[in-house]
Design a protein around this ligand. Structure first.
Ligand code: GUN
Length: 282
């Protein structure tokens, strides 16, 4: 029997727990989101993050900067947010316009306000197996969902498809830390199907609809779909759900799988950073 990993349900529970925790706080945690340009998909994400923060009872602000902003414009906003004692969490929505050096922007965020865990301080600590201030939201959400369903990763073969800093690299680190044997594939990988057929767990963050069909999946594999592909047939993951479902032991749907978990982890990270900062003088 295949179990559908209900990310929406777990995310809703986490959100309700955070709402109850926020109710007990005198001062509200505050999330600031910098959104440069007008990428329609990013706009939807940014608004949904802000709405969720407000639902929980956090303060949130979206700083919408024009597409033609300079690096210096964006950096000025980050420096102000770094200094602002009311702001606990800073997120710069990605992707940034092509003329902006992403590294320069992300590295300017104060690590203890880096809610995505994308600064080299936090990302480096995660990669080293030390505790960062925040773990990137999507990988953290994947691990939370696996844990909630008691899915063991110890000694399992895990294939991670995609090597982005947002998902592929950090989820590979986290799975390795949980004693999985991790292969991290990318778009140049030649024998994806052979690697997939050896895998007990597949995490796909390739951004290619229907990349993984039943021919790629061994019996009882755990399938985590991080793909969000806008197709003429609607929102699709990387996994051909209908064909893979019967072979999988566990599988995430798109939508309703990893997406809501990412937002829930962003909210959890915001509260964690607030708690770290509340006794900190700066
Ligand atoms: N764009 C797509 N996913 C993410 C994310 O997790 N964080 C940020 N900042 N931008 C994104």
């Amino acid at each position: 029997m295949t179990v559908i990993l209900d990310g929406r349900k777990l995310a809703d529970k986490i959100i309700e727990d955070l709402k109850a925790a926020a109710l007990k706080l005198i001062k509200k945690p505050k999330l600031a989101v910098i959104f440069v340009g007008n990428n329609p998909a990013s706009q939807i994400y940014v608004e949904s993050k802000s709405k969720k923060a407000q639902y929980i009872g956090f303060d949130s602000v979206i700083i919408n900067l024009p597409e033609n902003s300079t690096e210096d414009n964006i950096l000025e906003h980050i420096y102000m947010l770094n200094e602002d004692k009311d702001v606990n969490a800073i997120l710069v929505q990605l992707p940034l316009p092509p003329h902006i050096n992403k590294q320069k922007i992300l590295e300017a965020i104060e690590p203890f306000k880096d809610v995505d865990g994308f600064t080299s301080y936090n990302f480096g600590r995660l990669s080293l197996g030390y505790k960062p201030y925040a773990i990137p939201c999507t990988p953290k959400g994947i691990i939370k969902l696996l844990d909630f369903y008691n899915i063991d990763t110890d000694g399992k073969n895990a294939l991670v498809i995609g090597r982005s800093n947002i998902v592929g690299k950090p989820v590979s680190s986290l799975l390795q830390q949980r004693n999985a044997t991790v292969i991290n594939a990318n778009s140049h990988t030649k024998n994806l199907k052979d690697l997939a057929l050896m895998s007990d767990i597949i995490v796909s963050a390739a951004g290619k609809p229907n990349l993984i069909t039943k021919e790629f999946v061994k019996h009882n594999a755990v399938i985590i779909d991080v793909g969000i592909n806008r197709t003429s047939g609607g929102l699709k993951g990387d996994i051909d759900f209908e064909s893979v479902y019967p072979s999988a032991s566990y599988i995430t749907p798109v939508p309703g799988g990893i997406g809501p978990m990412t937002v829930a982890m962003l909210m959890e990270n915001t509260l964690d950073l607030y708690n770290i900062q509340k006794d900190y003088i700066y």
